[in-house]
Design a protein around this ligand. Sequence first.
Ligand code: SAM
Length: 236
Amino acid sequence: MRIDILTIFPEYFNEVFDFGIIRRAREAGIVEIAVTDIRDFAHDKHRKTDDRPFGGGEGMVMKPEPIFLAVEHLLGTAEKDEYPEDAKVILLTPQGRKLDQPLVKELADKEERLVIICGRYEGVDERVSEALVTDEISIGDYVLSGGEPAAVVLADALIRLLPEALGNEASAERDTFSEGIFDFPNYTQPREFRGMEVPEVLLGGNHAEIEAWRREKALEKTRRVRKDLIDKGADE
Ligand SMILES: C[S@@+](CC[C@H](N)C(=O)[O-])C[C@H]1O[C@@H](n2cnc3c(N)ncnc32)[C@H](O)[C@@H]1O
């Protein structure tokens, strides 16, 4: 998979993809991440990427031209119906489809190429959504000051689902949300810590009992903290 990130703050990404699973996936050629400075495509005298909103109001709005030119440069076209197959142009916005594990899996399974646009200020000129963007994605019902942290969240969640990105694929399958419920609780050494014991069942080596205990604990916490997930599973 190739992920292009468009931003006016390219330095934001200097090291953020240099750790753990993401770093290994990049080194193994499972994913290529490239960051493009939108300002490089602002060709006016002051290399402006934002301007005042028509109609008045507070703040600044990101101009369409540099974003169109950057996407055109990356994909060879600004025409949606000419985008390469398996390519998506994603605008990060609190007004988009809310990111969840099924959406992450859908993108990881189907797409080869993602261009991710990070907004700033009051957001991005609406014509970018109208003519350039294939998908608007939100990482949750809150407002960030920029799309950059959202791009990191999206890329991280996606990359760990790419084939062979995780050393042990089974660990993605049992992750929270993958089966519609939370992951089970984990314990490691020491067996006793400040008076707290590791549950006896995990020490006995009876795999059937361990599986049953883990499932029960996972369901118990999901029911307590996110009953909506249980209700959703029952509806499907
Ligand atoms: C301050 S926000 C603009 C919010 C916009 N005025 C609105 O209310 O919809 C600036 C940028 O941060 C990013 N952003 C903010 N919240 C986000 C979220 N929940 N998910 C994804 N991106 C977000 C978007 O790229 C947005 O253009």
